[in-house]
Write a protein that binds this ligand. Structure first.
Ligand code: DUT
Ligand code: MG
Length: 583
């Protein structure tokens, strides 16, 4: 439990802590009202039972002073009205309190989810090579919800806990022996529940988290590759795998829900039995009915109020154990990210600002003593590589598949970080100026990532719809040889491309990627097999417009077809972890 507080304390911000204090104060006031409700039962019953008794009470004197009526029946009516007023006020207040609690929870849920989303977006590219997107999805969506499940349970635990403690204390003052007898039975019962349940529920919670990401994963994998799935008749495999993940999820969820519903009937039986037993013993010992009836009614009313509270208390404790793994997950992620941010200033520089000035680039890119291997392997893809790319020249990287061309391009793009060595733009280390470097350099990959949006939005990429310069979009598309294809589309550049561009041909998708890179008019353009998917004729046309940039822009071109790099000034062959100049 303490552990949970420590982690939550780290996860939530100052403002939220202050809000928590506010919420707890509201809970206290609510408890006061609850107590007032219960405490007014006894005087009422005393008052109704005999006028003579009532007139001896101190509070009755106050009542007759405020309402100077002599008719006892009218005074009783006033007492009844007073009691219902207390209950109405109490419950209106409680409604308001629940509303505040829920707003507090959901506003902050949004805050934490946003914090996670931002932290993830700011991670370097290499981070994503190690992570599965289904896990990220689960972290941002489900784990944050569960985290707030825990916070909600804690708030509710405080709410119910306050009421229970206050009422029990009040009952204790009223009649010590009954309270002790019932309390003792309950205590033993509660200890057993908590001991037995905690471990099991925690385990179920961990299982649930695991299977939840499996469920996401199989949905993504099935529909992400739906064409291959269909052609290869593998629907059943994905169906089965999905089912297996879902079974795990269902198992943990039903165990959890069944377990949390067990205590309810048991608690009820224990409390009622203990209460009636205590009453029986009192009567045997000859307690006066005049004393006993008001006190006992009060206990029954309190039991009626407290029983659901006891049930909820066990439910909340169960929910906290069950959802605690989500708190651990988020805590670990945020800690990890904090450590990563602290470790490298370069990573912090990776946090993008859209309006940074481009990094000045006047002479050349210098690759100096560059060595690199991926985190998941020790094999050096590049070792002590040296090369220079003069401004406004066209440079080609060739080499066999797996030689490290894409890796070298990614290092020049700055999305991968050298293990040792440097990449300089003029004399500035790009890793120290990543944000500005990305305003200087453009990129066309082999597989263009298209958003489920219009062609214009995909070309301008990351520009809000009303800020897109349509003329510029059209110019960029024309240079990418897309004008004719666009003319045949129903809505021109406002045509929707579908998820990942499914409504376009492969070559069209590719040319939108080219237009996207040209839209920002970068100083340097990296093409990684950017035209491989195009037919010869279209490729020639696209390469012509790219060659037209020759001398105006620095081009780094990776290609297999020699015709693509025909016009390059310099050619490097990537081989055995080295770059060897061949032209
Ligand atoms: N590699 C990894 N992890 C990654 C990416 C690549 O270990 O996340 C390995 C695979 C390969 C080597 O790095 O052995 C170089 O890969 P790269 O993609 O740079 O090769 P390429 O020259 O671009 O090959 P292709 O022509 O097939 O695109
Ligand atoms: Mg490659």
């Amino acid at each position: 439990m303490f552990n949970v507080f420590k982690k939550l304390n780290y996860i939530i911000d100052r403002r939220m802590k202050l809000e928590t204090v506010g919420i707890l104060l509201m809970v206290m006031l609510g408890t006061g009202l609850e107590l007032l409700g219960i405490a007014s039962i006894k005087p009422l019953i005393v008052g109704i039972m005999s006028e003579e008794n009532a007139r001896r009470q101190h509070w009755f004197k106050v009542l007759t002073a405020v309402f100077p009526v002599s008719d006892y029946k009218i005074l009783v009516i006033i007492m009844l009205a007073g009691l219902s007023l207390i209950f109405i006020v109490k419950n209106v207040y409680l409604l308001y309190m629940y509303r505040c609690q829920n707003r507090f929870l959901y506003d902050n849920l949004r805050k934490v989810s946003l914090k996670m989303m931002r932290s993830y977006l700011n991670r370097p590219y290499s981070f994503f090579l190690e992570k599965s997107s289904s896990e990220l999805l689960r972290n941002i969506d489900k784990d944050t919800s569960d985290l707030f499940g825990v916070i909600r349970s804690l708030v509710m635990l405080a709410t119910e806990g306050c009421v229970v403690v206050a009422l029990v204390a009040y009952l204790f003052i009223q009649d010590k022996s009954i309270t002790i007898a019932v309390g003792f039975m309950l205590m033993i019962f509660a200890i057993i529940i908590v001991k037995v349940y905690r471990v099991k529920l925690l385990k179920m919670g961990q299982q649930n988290l695991y299977y939840e990401s499996q469920v996401y994963k199989w949905v993504q994998q099935a529909f992400g590759g739906i064409k291959e799935v269909k052609v290869m008749n593998k629907e059943d495999f994905f169906y089965q795998s999905y089912d297996k993940a879902f079974q795990g999820r269902v198992r943990s969820e039903y165990t959890y829900h069944t377990m949390t519903s067990i205590p309810k009937p048991m608690i009820e039986a224990v409390v009622i039995t203990a209460l009636l037993g205590a009453a029986g013993i009192k009567i045997m010992h000859g307690t006066h009915m005049e004393y006993f009836v008001p006190v006992f009614s009060q206990f029954m009313v309190a039991a009626y109020r407290l029983l659901p509270s006891f049930n909820r208390l066990t439910e909340y404790i169960g929910a906290i154990s069950y959802q605690k793994p989500a708190v651990d997950a988020i805590y670990n992620i945020l800690k990890e990210m904090e450590a990563a941010d602290a470790a490298g200033a370069a990573d912090a520089a990776g946090v993008s600002t859209p309006n940074a000035a481009p990094l000045p680039f006047e002479q050349a890119i210098h690759v100096r003593d560059l060595t690199f291997h991926y985190e998941n392997s020790d094999r050096e893809v590049l070792r002590n590589v040296e090369l220079d790319i003069e401004k406004n020249t066209s440079v080609a990287f060739i080499g066999s598949s797996g030689a490290g061309k894409t890796t070298l391009a990614d290092l020049i793009l700055g999305v991968l970080k050298p293990v040792s060595g440097k990449i300089l733009a003029d004399d500035m280390d790009i890793q120290e100026n990543l944000n500005r470097w990305h305003h200087t350099i453009g990129y066309i990959p082999q597989n263009i990532y298209l958003m489920d949006d219009t062609i214009a939005a995909n070309v301008a990429f990351g520009v809000p719809a009303d800020e897109i310069d349509h003329e510029k979009v059209k110019r960029a598309l024309a240079r990418a040889q897309m004008t004719d294809a666009i003319a045949q589309m129903p809505d021109g550049i406002m045509t929707q491309v579908g998820e990942r561009g499914v409504r376009l041909s492969g070559g069209q998708r590719q040319r939108i990627g080219i237009a996207r890179a040209l839209y920002t008019e970068p100083e340097i353009l990296v093409l990684d097999e950017a035209t491989s998917a195009l037919d010869n004729e279209t490729e020639t046309a696209v390469m012509e417009s790219i060659d037209a940039l020759h001398g105006e822009m620095t081009l780094i071109i990776i290609a297999h077809r020699l015709s693509t790099i025909r016009n390059c000034d310099v050619v490097y062959k990537i081989e055995n972890a080295k770059a060897v100049r061949t032209r």
